[in-house]
Design a protein around this ligand. Structure first.
Ligand code: SAH
Length: 214
């Protein structure tokens, strides 16, 4: 595993400036992104590009999300230390690491076995205490529900009813919904269970797929 060197910290500083220019103002989110060595979550052939604000290919034909997208979704999620958070689409584990830096109790589901195995080893090595599950994100994790927050990091066809059910009253879910282009939706559940939805712009994600390793 490539080490986190001085030059990587310098590159992350630049990335933070780019994110601020793009409108990210949440200090806690910026600090978390500064701490996570993104280059370690990518194939070594992309190491030199790791701190560009771009998505890159990872194993199993998937992508590591763009830092701006990670920052934006994390801001919308409004997590606080100790909250129970469910992520759908562990992928490289980068978004998971950013959430762990914010002190949440993270559960994350991945449906690609290759990625699941690889990322489990990596997050352990880096001592990020995420609970990873191999399976279908559409099902959520009923045994650990309800969650204070739910974040979906693949393009969903709709807002899955099972995930809405597993959201705590007073909770927030951030989920990109759509086919080729996704609208970033913030879904809130009030204390009495009422659901509200807001749109937060267009993004592009790999699709949220139903069957495991299909
Ligand atoms: N959060 C990741 C983003 C990876 S891309 C990161 O920071 O790198 C989205 C991931 O969602 C892919 O790894 C893909 O395999 C996964 N995915 C797609 N459909 C899924 C489903 N139904 N359940 C769980 N994971 C899914």
């Amino acid at each position: 595993m490539p080490m986190d060197q001085h030059r990587h910290k310098g590159q992350r500083n630049k990335l933070i400036r780019t994110l601020i220019q793009k409108g990210v103002r949440d200090e806690e989110v910026l600090k978390a992104i500064y701490k996570v060595p993104r280059h370690v979550f990518m194939d070594s052939s992309f190491e030199d590009f790791a701190y560009q604000d771009k998505a890159f290919p990872i194993a199993a034909g998937q992508t590591i999300s763009q830092p701006y997208t990670v920052a934006f979704q994390t801001m919308l999620l409004e997590v606080k230390k100790g909250m129970k958070v469910l992520e759908i689409g562990t992928g490289s584990g980068y978004q998971a690491a950013v959430l762990c830096e914010l002190g949440v109790k993270l559960f994350s589901i991945e449906r690609q076995k290759e990625l699941f195995d690889q990322t489990r080893i990596l997050l352990r090595k880096l001592k990020y205490p995420a609970h990873l599950k191999f399976g279908d994100g559409f099902a959520g994790i009923p045994a650990y529900a309800p969650f204070d927050r739910i974040i979906v990091t693949c393009g969903a066809p709709n807002i899955p009813a099972s995930l809405l059910e597993q959201l705590k009253p007073g909770g927030r879910m951030v989920i990109p919904v759509g086919q080729d282009v996704q609208q970033m939706k913030l879904v809130t559940k009030s204390a009495d269970g009422q659901i509200k939805e807001g749109d937060h712009g267009d993004f592009r994600f790999v699709p949220m797929l139903r069957n495991r390793n299909a």
